[in-house]
Design a protein around this ligand. Structure first.
Ligand code: JB3
Length: 249
């Protein structure tokens, strides 16, 4: 069966970031058959420099990136990701972002995975799940049937989203955390490592523990950069315009 997320031979990948997450994306991409031309990072000595050519600083990524090159953001921190996408990476490149799926991830046949999203080794994305743009579905994470993971969310290694869970934009579900079916977790929220989400989580809320309880606020002072992100060329086409469920915008 053809692999929907296999690269075609006309394109090469370039990574934005050269640290630990970039090493994971590089390995997955090469195993999936991508030619990787190198990485952009402000630090020319970043760890990835021993494995791939350093192509320049983040500022060197211009709209003139050769047509055959497709970028992907390979930095883990969600706020850094958002800032780079909104302010540093030319908007014109938005539609050219690559989707990179590790060849040993398990992806159901009828899911959607957006541009700029990375799915790591051993991850499972089950039937009718919808994963938006610029997300990280990290090593061994499980995104069950009918889940909806919105833009720039990060499902950390070993986290489990039960069927129908909704995750808002720029939200982190921490290592080994889990949700009950149909849970709704808002935007800019954080689910602590190992937490069990048994109730919906509002926007900009940090929850932790079993069962998960609010322990703080997150994602304040993000409105400007969020606005810039939403006006990017790709403009989150996979999300509906204005009528999202409360807490999951
Ligand atoms: O836990 C796992 C499996 N992965 C973690 C991943 C999700 O996040 C990993 O263990 C790390 O905790 C983290 O990986 P990441 O994001 O690659 O972090 P680090 O190894 O520190 O590398 C970050 C790279 O991005 C560095 O080379 C920085 O120069 C660059 N960088 C980070 N923030 C930035 C910024 N560059 C610019 N221009 N602006 C930023 O805000």
């Amino acid at each position: 069966m053809p692999d929907r997320y296999a690269p075609d031979t006309h394109h090469a990948l370039v990574l934005i970031g050269g640290g630990g997450h970039a090493a994971v994306v590089l390995d997955a991409a090469r195993l999936a058959g991508w030619r990787v031309d190198g990485f952009y990072d402000d630090n020319a000595e970043a760890p990835l420099s021993s494995e791939a050519p350093h192509l320049g600083t983040i500022r060197d990524i211009t709209r003139d990136l050769p047509e055959y090159q497709r970028p992907i953001l390979a930095i883990g921190d969600l706020r850094a990701r958002l800032t780079l996408l909104a302010e540093n990476v030319p908007h014109e490149l938005g539609e050219r972002f690559a989707t990179v799926v590790h060849p040993r991830a398990i992806i159901a046949g009828n899911v959607e995975i957006g541009a700029g999203t990375f799915v790591g080794p051993g991850a499972i994305v089950n039937a009718r799940a919808r994963i938006s743009v610029d997300c990280i579905i990290n090593t061994g994470a499980i995104v069950e049937h009918d889940c909806w993971v919105r833009a720039n969310a990060h499902i950390a290694p070993g986290a489990v989203l039960a069927g129908g869970t909704q995750i808002g934009r720029h939200t982190l579900v921490g290592v080994g955390a889990r949700t009950l079916p149909m849970a709704k977790i808002g935007m800019w929220s954080v689910v602590g490592a190992g937490a069990a989400v048994t109730h919906d989580v509002p926007d900009r809320t940090v929850v932790a523990g079993v069962p998960a309880k609010p322990v703080g606020r997150s994602g304040r002072r993000s409105e400007d950069v969020e606005h810039a992100y939403r006006s990017r060329a790709i403009t989150l086409h996979e999300d509906p315009p204005a009528t999202q469920a409360e807490g999951t915008t």
